[in-house]
Design a protein around this ligand. Structure first.
Ligand code: ATP
Length: 434
């Protein structure tokens, strides 16, 4: 199945309620997006899947949920005020601005104008805290969650009874005043990150980096992304961020080409050392063998929730010919699907059918998000759920009233089977296991 084009995907996402353009009734707001009813479920599921694998399934990883606004000194010390900048070039004819990396030939893509020499543009959003807008009240919207993890290193170490190596995971919003945005939800100015800071002994960092690259690469495949659309790309030395010794990106072949899904960086002891020095707080651990305090190295797998949503939607998009007609469905992994089961009474004007269907839906709701739909032809109801990626549909018909069985239809194969209605919970517990 070839990847859908971005327009097809954007329109399905809008039509089904995955992603809406933000502020739409006011004409929209550049490159900002809102997740609709299905999208909100999808990104929750992505974050849950990440948290389960990275935090719950590892005894040595704990979570953190820090605030977005922090002491502005943090961004000075981390080097972000100095370095977190993109080279910006401008067209003298149309005045459009571009990120240097996006215009390799130095010409304006709109009118061919010779672009200006690059100047560095800091992409951190600045704001003011409190009623007075002066230098003393400046604060920044965080461009990554990582710094809030480093400045909580001591708190976590002192409270969580963790031993080296250990990790602190965080999911949260980050903001970057990107020069150019676009490609739907791939690059926006407000997005969400899933970041792990994994603290290891110096000397163990290269091995741990490799382990995390492998573990993260496997995670994307386990959740259904086509292996041929995934690749690893190590950074060249010139490309490395100011804090990194090595970085490998996990890239996905999006409808518009290859792009980064996740970066796994070896951030060395750069951040902890800087914060220890600037704050006067001990951010080391005691190495029993060497009988001395050592600052750990940090391996950081950092993934984007929004890019994950785009990759999963794009990968799941499938068109199949059925009886000479195209059928579109999202073959999302059931763990990611917004609704797990749709429940349909065959006819909505037959009270006993509706009653039984409602009872079944309510019973299943205790375990899974259920979509109940009583109107329209059964074919159309199936088609709508196929496009929403709902893995199973349960139809209650007149026979159900006599024999207490219902039809369960599977999304991808469209296979149908009769299942006893009082066995549905066990049936789905089996099919929808993590
Ligand atoms: P890019 O090179 O595409 O700008 P980056 O290397 O700056 O990305 P990181 O700093 O490694 O990105 O951030 C970790 C993850 O956060 C990225 O892999 C990506 O999934 C996500 N991310 C970063 N910038 C954005 C953005 N502007 N919009 C959406 N997601 C983003």
């Amino acid at each position: 199945m070839p990847a859908p084009d971005l327009e097809t995907l954007t329109s399905l996402a809008k039509r089904r309620g995955f992603v809406f353009p933000s502020s739409e009734i006011y004409g929209g707001f550049a490159s900002t997006w809102d997740y609709g009813p299905l999208g909100a479920e999808l990104i929750r599921n992505i974050k849950d899947a990440w948290w389960r694998r990275v935090v719950h399934m590892r005894p040595e990883v704990v979570g953190l949920n820090a605030s977005i606004l922090m002491h502005p000194r943090i961004w000075e010390v981390s080097g972000h005020i100095e370095h977190f900048a993109d080279p910006l070039v401008e067209c003298p004819i149309c005045r459009r601005r571009f990120r240097l990396d996006d215009v390799p030939d130095g010409k304006c893509p709109y009118d061919g104008g010779q672009l200006t020499d690059p100047r560095m543009f800091n992409t951190m959003f600045r704001t003011f805290v409190g009623p007075v807008e002066d230098d003393a009240s400046v604060a920044y919207l965080r461009p990554e969650t990582a710094q809030s993890t480093y400045v909580n290193f001591k708190n976590v170490r002192d409270t969580a009874r963790v031993q080296m190596p250990f990790g602190i995971a965080q999911i949260g919003k980050a903001f970057r005043n990107e020069i150019t945005t676009g490609n739907f939800i791939f690059r926006s100015r407000e997005f969400e990150q899933m970041e792990l800071q994994y603290f290891v002994e110096p000397g163990q960092d290269d091995e741990s980096h490799e382990d995390w690259v492998d573990a993260r690469f496997a995670w994307w495949q386990d959740l259904g992304l086509e292996p041929r659309r995934l690749r690893l790309r190590p950074h060249s030395p010139e490309e490395l961020a100011h804090y990194a010794k090595a970085t490998t990106d996990i890239e996905y072949e999006f409808p518009f080409g290859w792009g980064e899904l996740e970066g796994i960086a070896n951030r060395t002891d750069f951040d902890l050392k800087r914060h220890a020095e600037a704050s006067g707080t001990d951010l080391s651990y005691f190495d029993d063998a060497a009988r001395q305090h050592v600052t750990p190295y940090v391996i950081e797998p950092a993934a984007g929730v929004d890019r994950a949503a785009l990759a999963f939607l794009s990968d799941a998009y499938t068109v199949q010919e059925v009886a000479g007609k195209p059928r579109t469905f999202l073959n999302l992994d059931p763990r990611l699907a917004p609704f797990k089961v749709a429940v349909f009474p065959l006819a909505r004007n037959r009270p006993p059918l509706v009653e039984l269907a409602t009872r079944i839906a309510d019973d299943l709701r205790a375990n899974w998000p259920i979509f109940y739909d009583a109107s329209g032809s059964i074919g159309r109801r199936y088609a709508r759920q196929d496009e929403a990626g709902t893995p199973f549909a349960v139809t209650i018909d007149f026979d159900s009233l006599d024999d207490q069985t219902v039809t369960v239809r599977e999304r991808d194969s469209m296979r149908q089977e009769r299942v006893a209605s009082d066995g549905l919970r066990a049936y789905f517990a089996d099919q929808l296991a993590w």
